[in-house]
Write a protein that binds this ligand. Structure first.
Ligand SMILES: NC(=O)c1ccc[n+]([C@@H]2O[C@H](COP(=O)([O-])OP(=O)(O)OC[C@H]3O[C@@H](n4cnc5c(N)ncnc54)[C@H](O)[C@@H]3O)[C@@H](O)[C@H]2O)c1
Ligand SMILES: O[C@H]1[C@H](O)[C@@H](O)[C@H](O)[C@@H](O)[C@H]1O
Length: 338
């Protein structure tokens, strides 16, 4: 540790928070975990073993009162994000908030208002796909128009399975939430409408879900997008994107593991879950956030990006129950975020 290291408080030491604590301790430079904020004592103690310089706190107010943090990484479930964000904004701390910013446009707007009132951008939202090298390369290719103008995007988002706590709207709010951020970032437009189509139900789908679904988005620049959202694929975890351009096609997210030729069969490794598929993206996201926080800058998706996604999620959840497209209507971008 050096005196110039950013002292990071991690709020929520569940699956994702624990992962970020290990990353901040072992991989990230220029920062260390100085506080673990977690109401569950067992999880808090387990996490503190990986954060030798940290104090443990049961809630955010205790950690703020102790002056234990220069910056905060929020990894609580989405419904608790607003309650974690507001006191950290009031304290003027840089924040990396796991996706989603909050769970509805109204609470996201309150967060924007708080950030604007403070007069300084503090929030980066954890849409880590923007830090995946393949997504970066695809964006650069599309912007360069080396393969011609972008016409369409086909995306697949496949999870092997989901826990019982994963309910139907989460297909949108927990999963397609990523496409609502990354697709406009790739395509240079904004989502204008969302339609959801249900086809045949996968017999492997848990009883309380109806999926896979096809999410159709129209962007305001005319680009059409389809997303296969599928959470019972069993074989592994797959996020792949194909961009259809005027003079050719580009694909990312193809399996890239070990290739094996055996018994007259060729096979290649695939990821089992998002922790390995996006490990480098999570590392790069957190490093960029730490470096940005030290410069006093936001180095990724902003709170305004988080708000736009919250509006898309609301329309997407409505589209789960509505035949035909649901319009996505955004207010003008506040000058603060323009
Ligand atoms: N970017 C990604 O790919 C990705 C992947 C998984 C999860 N996430 C996001 O990370 C966040 C956390 O998800 P998870 O899977 O780790 O959840 P989790 O349920 O495993 O862990 C959440 C933890 O937060 C704690 N907690 C609840 N309320 C709290 C509060 N007020 N203060 C402090 N801690 C509190 C819980 O006790 C729990 O330990 C969610 O926003 C989720 O959407 C992102
Ligand atoms: O919370 C997870 C996470 O955000 C993953 O990146 C996504 O692929 C899953 O669908 C979602 O359930």
């Amino acid at each position: 540790m050096t005196n110039s290291e950013l002292r990071v408080g991690v709020v929520g030491a569940g699956a994702m928070g624990f992962d970020h604590i290990k990353r901040l301790t072992a991989t990230i430079t220029g920062a260390h975990v100085s506080a673990v904020v977690e109401p569950d004592a067992g999880r808090r103690e387990a996490a503190l073993e990986y954060a030798p310089l940290a104090g443990g706190y049961a809630n955010i107010d205790e950690a703020l009162a102790a002056g234990a943090m220069d910056a905060v990484l929020i990894a609580t479930p989405g419904q608790f994000h607003e309650a974690g964000l507001l006191p950290c904004i009031a304290a003027g701390l840089p924040i990396l908030c796991e996706k989603p910013l909050t769970q509805d446009p109204e609470s996201s707007w309150r967060v924007l208002e708080a950030e604007m009132a403070g007069g300084k951008k503090l929030i980066q939202v954890g849409f880590m796909r923007r830090f995946d090298r393949e997504f970066e390369a695809l964006r650069e290719l599309i912007a360069s128009e080396r393969v011609g103008e972008l016409l369409m995007i086909h995306a697949v988002h496949r999870n092997p399975s989901v826990p019982d706590s994963y309910i139907q709207p989460m297909l949108i709010t927990d999963s397609v939430v990523h496409e609502f951020d990354v697709v406009p970032w790739l395509a240079g437009g904004s989502v204008a409408s969302i339609e959801v189509r249900h086809g045949r139900r996968n017999p492997n789908t848990p009883d309380h879900l109806r999926e896979p679904i096809l999410v159709l988005m129209e962007l305001d620049n005319g680009v059409l997008v389809d997303v296969e959202m599928n959470v019972s694929v069993r074989f592994g975890y797959q996020v792949a994107t194909e961009a259809v351009m005027a003079d050719g096609i580009a694909r990312i997210g193809q399996p890239s593991g070990v290739q094996v030729w055996q018994d007259a069969t060729y096979s290649i490794g695939e990821h089992a879950d998002f922790t390995t598929r996006f490990v480098e993206a999570y590392d790069r996201q957190v490093q960029a956030w730490v470096d940005g926080a030290k410069r006093g800058e936001i180095a990724g998706p902003t709170a305004w990006d988080g708000y736009k996604v919250a509006v898309c999620c609301k329309a997407g959840v409505e589209a789960l129950e509505t035949p035909g497209p649901v319009a996505v209507e955004l207010p003008p971008v506040p000058d603060f975020y323009a």
